[in-house]
Design a protein around this ligand. Sequence first.
Ligand code: AMP
Ligand code: ZN
Length: 487
Amino acid sequence: MEQKLFVYNTLFRKKELFEPLSPPHVGIYVCGPTVYSDVHLGNCRTFISFDLIFRYLTHLGYKVRYVRNVTDAGHLEGDGGDEGEDKIEKKAKLAQVEPMEIVQKYTIDFHETMKVFNVLPPSIEPTATGHIIEQIELVQKILAAGFAYEINGSVYFDVEKYSKTHDYGILNRRNLEDMINNTRDLGGQDEKLGKLDFALWIKAKPEHLMKWPSPWSLGFPGWHLECSAMSNKYLGKQFDIHGGGIDLMPTHHTNEIAQSMASCEKIPAKYWIHTNMLTVNGQKMSKSLGNSFLPQQLFTGDHSLLNKGYTPMTVRFFMLQAHYRSTLDFSNEAMEASEKGFKRLLNAISISESLQASATGEIDIAPLRQRCFDAMNDDFNSPVLIAELFEATRVINSVKDGKLKIDAENLSLLRQLMKEFVVDVLGLKNEQLANNDLPKVMDMIVNLRNEAKSNKDYATSDKIRIGLQQIGFQLMDGKEGTSWNKI
Ligand code: AMP
Ligand code: ZN
């Protein structure tokens, strides 16, 4: 690759040159959503951040295999994810439906939301329930290596024993004593031997709905296990990037590393990338704090915290104006500023299409384009990239106003720059035509064609029909009039 990319690796707390294990292939694993409720805007920020990373790596020419899982079983309510009720089952019982109905509903919701934000689908989207066998095998390996124990049909990871030969706090940089002292005492009903031990396999209580046979009991896997089993299956024992929200780092990712080290003596990923939180008045946006809002509420403006609604691309632009490792505080003022900025950028793109080149020019676009790459090469610094794109916007407006001359080669480079960074890398698209405008527009076109037909202007009516067909719309003439379909 001609570009040198530096990424911040949480494992070493510093920026490192990105050198994939087997270029041009890059393997990324990102912890996906637990599908028990609508994704909120904070969750969306994390997936938009990884979409930026996925898009940029692809843009650089890497062949990326992006695995993002869906947690559809095993995620319990407690802080460590392995105590209390299963989040999905709890919701299913309240709604008096099958857990898998909850999974289905919120998986669809998640996919739709991702699509609205123009987040590309991952290469593989495995589910925990689809990989029970792999998870059982992993538990067997950890047991065989002596780092886990079975009690009453459940299996726990033995953190104290592991810590004798490994650094359990390698990622979260906490020492064992501190972690033990900061964890609450084991309750009377707790079967774990050590306070930091976590569940690999949990014996199901009789009322538990989602359970599978295993060598130890009819039960279900612990939450941390699925990511180790699925990343190993699709990306190998060691892959390039493991990502997730920073809130997953201290426990979930720490336990993933312990599971991989215990079973095959390998830290699963070379680079650990963590995205920071979306906050509201400085507080993490989360369901439990009651300060979260849904993407739909942001689009319609239907929420007490909102002055008005914003389009999905404005929201995406707002998110990308902050670096993924900084917290981003939501406010109406910031959203309004983003709305203006995004419009300016889109305007510049359409102006650039109609600019005329001069025989000789006064500007060289190549350095500006390299500065756009430099921004992204510096740990995916999208705010700096956006500042460079505003520089390009100024150039476009100056050429339009006749204050600056540009030659044909640089004009084409300028157009390419806007397209590659705004559309391909930042994943922003022009949404001036909203979806619900389409029927109105189509009705008008159909009426124009009918007029042409009744005037016996068949050349025009055919031109309309064929033109629509070429862009994916089929007209059907029937007794009731003309209807249309998307093909
Ligand atoms: P969950 O469905 O709760 O497992 O979360 C899915 C992803 O969203 C995880 O990677 C979390 O780290 C991330 N996440 C949760 N809350 C926020 C937030 N307020 N800002 C950014 N990311 C978040
Ligand atoms: Zn995970």
